[in-house]
Design a protein around this ligand. Structure first.
Ligand SMILES: Cc1cc2nc3c(=O)[nH]c(=O)nc-3n(C[C@H](O)[C@H](O)[C@H](O)COP(=O)(O)OP(=O)(O)OC[C@H]3O[C@@H](n4cnc5c(N)ncnc54)[C@H](O)[C@@H]3O)c2cc1C
Length: 660
C-alpha cells in the first residue's frame, strides 16, 4: 500500500511498469494463483495467444489468465500479483479498440463466471451487477420492468458492465443519455492492496470522515480532492468541453463548482474510476441507474450528395431534440451492395447518396412524436437541407434501417486483401458545430497519406468513426498508420476535440501526442495512478523472482510483440503453408511437437465467436497448429470451428495445440 505522502525518488524503480514484459520465472506466481483461486487459472500457450489480442491492432502476450468465480478470487489474484510484482489487467468482453485489455502480466477475465445480475430494484430504478455481466444480458433481465441501462453501445452482445465502466462507454443515443458515468451510482472495488472499498455519493460530513481515514481508501479521497482543487485551472483549460470525451481520468468531475453528474451533485469517487480503464482499481460490483425504455420512436432519413453537407446540417437538427443523429457515408453504404441480406435493406434509399443522416426522435407516445417529426421535416425542407427526406413512422421499417447501418459497419471492414479498414483514429470527437470542418481536414490527412476511409456514427455528438485503409502487414503500412495517427492528433487539438480512449492503456507508440488530456500531463498527477492503481504494489518482502524485466520494447501495431523466448516460438511469424498443411490434413502429430491440452468451453456463444475468430486467425497465419483430439467426432479443425460457431458442440471440445 502506498500513501501519497510516501512518494520518493526511487518509487518509479520499485514499481513494475504497466507495460513491462512478462515475468522472468512465472512458476511461483502460477503456483500462488492455483492454490488460492477457485476459478480457472490458465497459462497454456493457446489461452495466452487468445488473450494476447482484443479488438485493437495490438498484441501483448500475457503470462497467465485468471477467470475468477467470485470476489474472493479477484482479491486473491490481486494479492498474488502484488506479491510477485506482476501487472494485472482486468478484462470483460475484450472489445476495446485501443489495447485497453491486453497486458504482459495476468489477465483477469470477469466475463465467464463473475457476471451475475445481483439485484433489480424497479421502483428505485437501480440494478446491482457483477462486472462481467454483458450489457444485453442485463437489459434482457430488465425488459419485464420496461427499464434499461441507457448507454447503447454497438458491442452490447459482448461488452460487459466492467468494461463499459472502465471505458466510460456511450452509444448511438449519447446525445440523449450521455455516457456510462451518468448512470453509475456506486462501485464496489478492490484497491491495489487487495482491500475492498465502496465508492458512492457522499454528503459533506461523510466526505470529511472518509478523507480522514488512515488507510488507502482515505488516501484516495484526500488525493483526488487535492489534485482537483490544486489543478482546477489546468483541468478547466485542458479538458475538452464536449460530451464524448472519454480519454483521461475524470478529474473535472471533482473540481469545486462542478456540474451535477446523473442529477446528483454529491462527491462520488466512483466517477474517478469510470473511464480509468482499470488502472486504479478492479470493479467488483456496480450499482447502476436505469431509465425507462422509450415506448415510441420515429425516424427521418435525409440523403445528401456529399458527406460534408450532411455534417454541416447537424447543428440545426439538434435544436429539434433528437435522441440520435447518425451519419453513414457512401463508402460504408456501398459496402452493402454485394451482400444479399444487406442489399435487400437498401430499399428505403431514394437516390445514390454521398451520405445519409438517420435522425431519431423518441418518447412515450408515437402520435405525440408525429408533430415533432413533421416540424423537423418542414424545417429542413424550408432550408433546402438534403436531396431526399423520408419520414419513417412504423417500428418495423425503422428496424430495417438500423439493421442496414449495423450490417454496413461489418461489411465495410471486410475488404479483400491485406489492406483493411483499421480502427486506430476512431472515436475522436469535437463539438458538433465544428464537425464538418474537422472531418474535412481529417479526410485530407488520410488522402495525403495515399489512402481512403469510411466514415459513420454519432454526428449528434461530433464523434465519428473514421477507419483508414491500411496494410499493417508491411512496414510501410505501419509507418503510414503512425503518421496518420500523429497528423490526426494535430487536428483534434486544433479543433478543441478529444482523442479516442485508451490513453492510459494504449500499448503502441502513437499516443496521439499533443492532445494528451491524460492527467499525467498535469504536474504531480502521475502519482494519482501510481498510488492507487492495481498493478503490483511494492510490498515489504516482495518476491521479485517473477518481476518483469526492466525494459521491454513497446509493441507495434500489426507486428508481433513477443513476450519472451517462449512467446517468440508461439507467435513469431511462420510460413503459413506449414501450418495450413497440419490444419487441413489433421493427420498425425510430428515427433517433436509438444502439445498442451486446451479445453475450449462452449457455454457462451458470443464469447466463443470471439475466441474462435482469434484462434482461426492464429491458425491461418501458421502460428498455432491445432491437432484434433482423436476422441472427438471431428477430424478436421475447420469442421470443428464451424460446428462450434453453429452451437452444435455440446460439452467441451479439446484441441491439442502445438507450435508450428
Ligand atoms: C465494432 C465495435 C464497436 C464499438 N462500439 C462502441 C460504441 O458504440 N460505444 C463505445 O463506447 N464503445 C464501443 N466500442 C468499444 C468497446 O466495445 C466498449 O468500450 C466496451 O464497453 C468495452 O467493454 P468490454 O467488456 O469489451 O471491455 P474490455 O475491452 O474487456 O475492457 C475494457 C477496459 O475495461 C477494463 N476492465 C474490464 N473489466 C474490469 C473490471 N472488472 N475492473 C476494472 N477494469 C475492468 C479493462 O482493463 C479495459 O481497460 C466498440 C468496439 C468495437 C470493436
Amino acid at each position: 500500500m502506498r500513501q501519497s505522502d510516501e512518494r520518493d525518488e526511487t518509487a518509479g524503480d520499485r514499481r513494475p511498469d504497466l507495460l513491462a514484459g512478462p515475468p522472468r520465472e512465472p512458476a511461483p506466481l502460477l503456483e500462488a494463483l492455483k492454490s488460492t483461486v477457485t476459478g480457472e487459472v490458465r497459462s497454456d500457450r493457446l489461452t495466452r495467444a487468445l488473450y494476447a489480442t482484443d479488438a485493437s491492432v495490438y498484441q501483448v502476450v500475457p503470462v497467465a489468465v485468471v477467470l475468477p468465480r467470485s470476489e474472493a478470487d479477484v482479491l486473491a489474484t490481486i494479492r498474488a500479483c502484488g506479491r510477485f510484482g506482476v501487472p494485472l489487467t482486468a478484462r470483460g468482453g475484450g472489445t476495446s479498440q485501443a489495447g485497453q485489455c491486453i497486458g504482459p502480466g495476468v489477465i483477469l477475465d470477469c466475463s465467464k463466471y463473475f457476471n451475475r445480475v445481483l439485484e433489480i430494484d424497479a421502483a428505485e430504478r437501480r440494478a446491482r451487477v457483477e462486472p462481467g455481466c454483458v450489457l444485453d444480458a442485463l437489459n434482457l433481465a430488465l425488459k419485464p420492468h420496461n427499464l434499461q441501462f441507457a448507454p447503447d453501445i454497438s458491442t452490447s452482445n459482448r461488452a460487459t458492465i466492467g468494461g463499459m465502466v472502465a471505458n466510460n462507454s456511450s452509444g448511438t443515443r449519447s446525445v440523449l443519455y450521455g455516457k456510462t458515468i451518468d448512470h453509475v451510482a456506486a462501485l464496489r472495488v478492490a484497491l491495489v492492496d487487495g482491500t475492498v472499498a465502496s465508492f458512492g455519493p457522499l454528503d459533506a460530513g461523510e466526505l470529511e470522515a472518509r478523507s480522514r481515514r488512515d488507510d488507502l481508501e482515505g488516501a484516495c479521497y484526500r488525493m483526488t480532492r487535492q489534485l482537483a482543487t490544486e489543478h482546477a485551472g489546468e483541468i478547466d483549460r485542458r479538458y475538452p468541453k464536449i460530451l464524448r470525451r472519454v480519454g483521461g481520468y475524470n478529474l473535472d468531475a471533482f473540481v469545486p463548482g462542478r456540474p451535477a453528474i446523473g442529477g446528483d451533485d454529491r462527491f462520488n469517487l466512483a466517477h474517478l474510476l469510470v473511464g480509468s480503464e482499470g488502472t486504479l482499481a478492479v470493479t467488483l460490483e456496480a450499482t447502476l441507474r436505469l431509465v425507462e425504455v422509450p415506448r415510441a420512436k420515429v425516424v427521418l432519413v435525409v440523403e445528401f450528395p456529399e458527406l460534408l453537407d450532411a455534417l454541416a446540417a447537424v447543428p440545426s437538427i439538434l435544436v429539434h431534440g433528437p435522441s440520435a443523429v447518425e451519419v453513414v457515408d457512401r463508402y460504408v453504404l456501398d459496402s452493402t451492395r454485394l451482400n444479399p441480406e444487406a442489399s435487400r435493406l437498401r430499399d428505403f434509399l431514394q437516390g445514390d447518396p454521398g451520405a445519409i443522416l438517420i435522425i431519431e426522435l423518441s418518447g412515450d407516445d408515437t402520435a405525440a412524436l408525429f408533430p415533432g417529426l413533421d416540424a423537423l421535416d418542414a424545417d429542413l425542407a424550408a432550408r433546402g437541407v438534403g436531396a431526399h427526406r423520408l419520414a419513417v413512422r412504423e417500428p418495423a421499417k425503422q428496424a430495417r434501417i438500423w439493421k442496414l447501418r449495423t450490417l454496413a459497419l461489418g461489411l465495410s471492414m471486410a475488404e479483400k486483401g491485406d489492406a483493411k479498414a483499421v480502427s486506430f483514429v476512431e472515436d475522436t470527437a469535437v463539438a458538433p458545430e465544428r464537425l464538418r470542418d474537422f472531418i474535412a481536414e481529417f479526410l485530407a490527412v488520410i488522402a495525403r497519406h495515399g489512402t481512403k476511409a469510411g466514415v459513420y456514427a454519432h454526428a449528434s455528438v461530433g464523434c465519428l468513426h473514421v477507419r483508414p485503409i491500411v496494410n499493417l502487414k508491411t512496414e510501410e503500412g505501419v509507418r503510414r498508420f503512425e503518421a496518420i495517427a500523429n497528423d490526426v492528433a494535430g487536428i483534434v487539438l486544433k479543433y478543441g476535440g478529444a482523442p479516442l480512449g485508451g490513453a492510459r492503456r494504449r500499448p503502441g507508440p502513437e499516443r496521439l501526442p499533443g492532445v494528451d488530456v491524460r492527467p499525467g500531463a498535469l504536474p504531480g498527477v502521475p502519482h494519482a495512478e501510481a498510488d492507487v492503481r492495481p498493478e503490483s504494489p511494492p510490498q515489504p518482502g516482495q518476491d521479485r523472482r517473477c518481476a518483469p524485466p526492466d525494459r521491454e520494447p513497446a509493441p507495434r501495431p500489426g507486428v508481433c510483440h513477443p513476450g519472451g523466448p517462449d512467446d517468440l516460438r508461439l507467435l513469431g511469424r511462420r510460413r503459413p503453408a506449414a501450418g495450413r498443411r497440419a490444419l487441413r490434413g489433421g493427420r498425425g502429430v510430428p515427433q517433436d511437437a509438444r502439445g498442451d491440452d486446451v479445453p475450449l468451453y462452449t457455454g457462451d456463444a458470443a464469447r466463443i465467436g470471439a475466441d474462435l475468430a482469434t484462434l482461426a486467425a492464429l491458425v491461418s497465419e501458421g502460428r498455432l497448429r491445432p491437432i484434433i483430439d482423436r476422441s472427438t467426432a471431428w477430424t478436421d479443425i475447420d469442421q470443428l470451428l464451424e460446428a462450434m460457431a453453429k452451437g452444435q458442440v455440446a460439452g467441451k471440445a479439446v484441441l491439442t495445440v502445438a507450435q508450428s
